[in-house]
Structure formats: structure tokens, C-alpha cells
Design a protein around this ligand. Structure first.
Ligand SMILES: Cc1cc2nc3c(=O)[nH]c(=O)nc-3n(C[C@H](O)[C@H](O)[C@H](O)COP(=O)(O)OP(=O)(O)OC[C@H]3O[C@@H](n4cnc5c(N)ncnc54)[C@H](O)[C@@H]3O)c2cc1C
Length: 409
């Protein structure tokens, strides 16, 4: 029997699933649906397009020809609007109904625009879609001062693009330092140093109160301490939320994201979820959450695709990892590197070389790490975390040169 697969979403999760299904079941019929018009692009590449480093043709993971595969049908710019679990069909925005045997929900997430006076002024925007990136690139052209409301990963990536394009960037950062969910204060200060040298200004411990129009094409951003920043552009980067609204009342269990088992199947049989829309177990904390990371989305898409063809593959619990590079300074994080109950933290800072290492252990096992200025140990530490290995000499591991010793499996 020919299986009918529908994949909703053409980000890394959806595309990895498509490749997996084709590899495992060459006769399958697959409909790939994207809510956005045009060829699927990579969100992660958008900042490099904004600052002109990347020509637009490099935004696309595959050329148009790649999608012309036997048994594959495409629907661009037609978001799924409703899911009927019982009748096993998805209704698209144009009214078309797509019947399926197996469905993958890979609809990703979207950036949040928080209400504030002046938030709808034309100088205010997000950086999430290709449309946002095109607008930002155009507007950044004539801009000199940009305010970024937020201090997480997207805020950092946006700032990086604008600073390297020669703009002055102000961060409105409610916390005492940037990337508070990924970095500790020491690592954040090192990264902030690199950003500040390039013209970034951090407004720490403050929030945005209001945006007022003028003078001219500019606007003024009022902060909670009463100070005011003139801005040509305001970019809102306050976090993301999984795209679940379209599922409405469909009987599929969800919390923050769609709940899935270790095979990435939702509570509805034959309906899978992967990527930023799926809520999964964290490799080190065991807690359920949405990692919202490219590498996790790709892995999950690959596994979900295989399981849609009848395989029974277990997806490894998500291991958070990210690398932030600014000019020649690099910071990497692995697992859960923040201090929690029952954790022991080992740190070493070489101020002169701006090299910092932080290892977080729980019950003798490595559960998180931050490496700044020298990330040569990332691969090794990732495998230590994945294996749940006991570290017998964490102090030794902090030293240089890097040493893969002192580990008991
Ligand atoms: C500027 C920027 C920088 C980033 N940098 C990093 C980084 O450095 N490291 C990192 O790990 N991650 C980064 N990310 C996050 C990373 O891009 C995401 O985690 C990843 O794209 C998630 O993949 P996904 O396939 O789950 O969802 P997405 O890539 O969001 O794709 C979702 C797809 O679903 C479609 N869709 C949405 N709703 C519907 C619907 N109702 N019906 C049909 N289709 C729908 C969309 O059009 C899209 O095709 C960055 C993101 C941005 C925006």
C-alpha cells in the first residue's frame, strides 16, 4: 500500500523528514506544505544576509530542483489551518483538504511581539522570517542607531549583523547581562566586551517603557529609568513561541509545545512532531521543554521521518548546545551550564588570554559547560555529557592544554 505522508513545515525539521522518508520508502507519496511563500530558506542564515555577508542565493538549503522528486508534491504559502484527527486530514488556508496516513507537524515557532506603547510604529520590527530580514536589511541601510529590545540568542544574532555592518547597537537588557539563559556572568561579560568594542551599548537592568515617533523618520525609545534613546530602528527580540494556534481544538496533547514520545509520535497515533513545535525531554535535566535549536530540529526531523515509514527509532533526548561567535571571539555552551540545586561548579578564568571554562557537575557527572575564548574541548565535552560519564578530575579538565583524561565511563 502506498503511504500518504503530509509534512507541515519546510524548516530544518520538515526537510530532514522529507529526506528520511524518501530514503526509506522510495514509493511514498509526500506532500510538503510551507506556510510561507517561495523556496524554503534557513532562518539561521538570516543575520548574515542582513549585514550583506551572504548573497541571497545562499539562504536556501536546497535549489528548486531538489524538491522535484518522484511522489513529492509541494504547497508553498498555504499554511495548515485545521487538523481533523479522526478523518485524518489537514485543511489548508485555501480550503484544500489533504488526507494523510502519517502526518508530521514541523511548523516551528514564531517571534513574539510584546505589547508596549508605540510598538506598532513603522520603525519597529522583528527578525524571524525572510520578509523581516529583507525589511531590516533595507532599513538598516540608512540607519545609524538601532535599539534591540531583548538580550537572548536572537538579540545577539541581530546585534552581530548590525554591528558588523557598522551600526551602533543599544541592547535593552532586563537582566544584569546578556544571554542569561545560556551563559553565566563571567562568560557573558567576556562576550559583551567584544560587542562593546565594536560599538554596542548595554542598558542593563532596564526595560522598554514606550516608543515615540520622531524627530523626522527616527523614533525615541523611553526606558524604565526615564532615559531616552534616539533610534532609526527598533528590533524586538523577546523570545519565541511554538506555532500551535492553528491546531485549535484538535485532540493532540500539548503544554509548551506538542508532547511527543521518544519516537516523536504525539498523543494521536500516526501524527508526529519535530523541531521548535515539539516538547521533548532534556538530555541532562530530564525536564520537558522546547529547545528551539537548529541541531535538535534537524535530528528530530530525521528520526520522525524514519518512524513515519514504519521504523521504531528512538530519538536521543535533546542536548542543548550552541556557539556564539563575534569577530574573533567565540563562546560555546553545552547542556545545562547554569547553577542549580545539587550542582557543583568548577571555573577557571585566564584574564589575560580571555579564556574561560566552566564545568557544572551533578552527582559527579558533567551536566553543562561553558567555554569562552577557546572552544577546542567542545566535541569531547559533548560526548562526556551524552555518555553520562563520571568526571574524576574536573579541576584537571579546566587546565590547559585541553586533556581528554580523568574520565571514568
Ligand atoms: C535570526 C535567527 C538566528 C538563529 N540562530 C540560531 C543559532 O545560532 N543556533 C541555533 O541552534 N538556532 C538558531 N536559530 C533557531 C533555528 O533557526 C530554529 O531552531 C530552527 O529553524 C527550527 O526549525 P523548525 O524546522 O522546527 O522550524 P522553522 O525553521 O521555524 O520552520 C517552520 C516551517 O513551518 C512553516 N509553518 C509555520 N506555520 C505553518 C502552518 N500552520 N502550516 C504549514 N507550515 C507552517 C514555516 O513557514 C516554516 O517553513 C535562529 C533563528 C533565527 C530566526
Amino acid at each position: 500500500m502506498t503511504m500518504r505522508h503530509v509534512i507541515l513545515g519546510a524548516g530544518p525539521a520538515g526537510l530532514a523528514a522529507l529526506a528520511s522518508i524518501r530514503r526509506n520508502d522510495a514509493g511514498a507519496r509526500i506532500t510538503l506544505v510551507s506556510g510561507e511563500p517561495g523556496l524554503p530558506y534557513s532562518r539561521m542564515a538570516l543575520p548574515y544576509y542582513v549585514n550583506g555577508d551572504l548573497p541571497s542565493r545562499h539562504l536556501y538549503p536546497h535549489p528548486a530542483l531538489w524538491y522535484r522528486q518522484p511522489g513529492v508534491e509541494l504547497r508553498w504559502g498555504e499554511p495548515g489551518e485545521a487538523l481533523d484527527v479522526e478523518r485524518r486530514e489537514v485543511t489548508l488556508a485555501g480550503g484544500e483538504r489533504l488526507p494523510f496516513d502519517r502526518l508530521l507537524v514541523a511548523t516551528g515557532s514564531r517571534a513574539q511581539l510584546r505589547e508596549a506603547p508605540g510598538i506598532h510604529l513603522p520603525q519597529v520590527q522583528l527578525l524571524w522570517t525572510l520578509g523581516d530580514a529583507r525589511r531590516l536589511r533595507r532599513r538598516a541601510n540608512g540607519a545609524s542607531e538601532v535599539v534591540i529590545w531583548g538580550a537572548g540568542m536572537i538579540a545577539f544574532m541581530t546585534a552581530k549583523a548590525l554591528l558588523t555592518a557598522g551600526r551602533r547597537v543599544h541592547f535593552i537588557c532586563r537582566a544584569e547581562y546578556l544571554l542569561r539563559r545560556s551563559l553565566d556572568q563571567e562568560a557573558a561579560f567576556l562576550l559583551e566586551g567584544a560587542l562593546e568594542q565594536a560599538g554596542a551599548v548595554l542598558h542593563r537592568g532596564l526595560n522598554l517603557a514606550e516608543i515615540r515617533s520622531g524627530p523626522g523618520r527616527r523614533c525615541r525609545v523611553l526606558l524604565t529609568d526615564g532615559s531616552e534613546l534616539p533610534a532609526d530602528l527598533v528590533v524586538v527580540a523577546l523570545g519565541v513561541a511554538p506555532n500551535l494556534d492553528w491546531l485549535d481544538d484538535a485532540p493532540v496533547q500539548r503544554r509548551q509545545g506538542l508532547l511527543v514520545n521518544e519516537r516523536l509520535e504525539t498523543s494521536a497515533a500516526g501524527i508526529f512532531a519535530a523541531g521548535d513545535v515539539a516538547e521533548v525531554r532534556d538530555c541532562v535535566t530530564g525536564e520537558s521543554g522546547v529547545p528551539a535549536l537548529w541541531s535538535v530540529a534537524t535530528d528530530q526531523g530525521r528520526v520522525a521521518g524514519l518512524n513515519m515509514t514504519g521504523a521504531t527509532l528512538v530519538c536521543d533526548p535533546a542536548l542543548r548546545s550552541n556557539t556564539m561567535v563575534f569577530h574573533d571571539y567565540v563562546v560555546a555552551t553545552l547542556g545545562c551550564p547554569l547553577v542549580r540545586e545539587n550542582t557543583r561548579v568548577y571555573r577557571r578564568l585566564d584574564r589575560e588570554r580571555r579564556v574561560y571554562r566552566c564545568l557544572v557537575l551533578s552527582g559527579g557527572r558533567l551536566v553543562g559547560a561553558i567555554l569562552a575564548g577557546d572552544v577546542s574541548q567542545v566535541g569531547f565535552l559533548r560526548s562526556v555529557i551524552r555518555r553520562g560519564a563520571v568526571l574524576t578530575d574536573p579541576e584537571g579538565l579546566l587546565g590547559t592544554p585541553p586533556l581528554p583524561g580523568g574520565v571514568r565511563p
